[in-house]
Ligand binder design. Sequence first.
Ligand code: 1GP
Length: 248
Amino acid sequence: MSTIYTDILHAKSNDQKLLAILLDPDKLTIAAVPNLMEKINQSPATHILVGGSSFQGKHLSDLVVAIKQRSRLPILLFPGHPSQISGEADGLLFLQLLSGRNPDYLIQHQVDAVPMLEKTNLEVISTGYILIESGIETAVERVSQTQPLAREDFHYAAQTAKAGTLIGNQLIYLEAGSGAQQPIPTAMIAIVAQRISVPLIVGGGIRSKKEIDQAFAAGADMVVIGTAFEKDTDFFQHQYEQAKIKTC
Ligand code: 1GP
């Protein structure tokens, strides 16, 4: 049976790169969805992530329904808290904050989420989430009350990712944090990618096609774009058209 995860694995084995657009429900109204989806449907996105560190609103399910009505892309929840679960999505990145030492984000929130998850048909994908220093204090750091890993310590990041896969994480997500000043260093992506066999997601602070391509070339299987698209819904059109002009 084809599932979101088997499709991601299939893409990885065919060296087909994946691009996710992250929509933060805190910054999105239902009225804005039609225009936004028009832009997303014209973009190279392969997945839609929905979530944010601090979202506490009540319109999550309505938002997901509105997105789903206008897109065939898989919709994955990217929750900062168990309250951000909606059975209307297709799947859920079941995150464990491996870079931190806060038990709430390692196991408590996951335990709390189970009663809600059992009422849905969401495809739950175990994801080791590793926050890396990026120049500013990010929302993940603030909300989770944890320290990110040092951006120079590539080997410790790789060791952390490997530990995640050994405890069963099906994906590893290297995160610089939304709006990060600097994205994950490409050398870190390369070292982590070499050390693990599960698909690697990279996000945070990526603002150009060049940076997307650099992350892919270093070994990312999926790149996540949030802020750049939030600030400019023509981001993909601009970046990919510019790239076409340069190669002509
Ligand atoms: C954040 O990795 C995502 O969780 C996306 O980050 O908003 O900086 O693109 P940006």
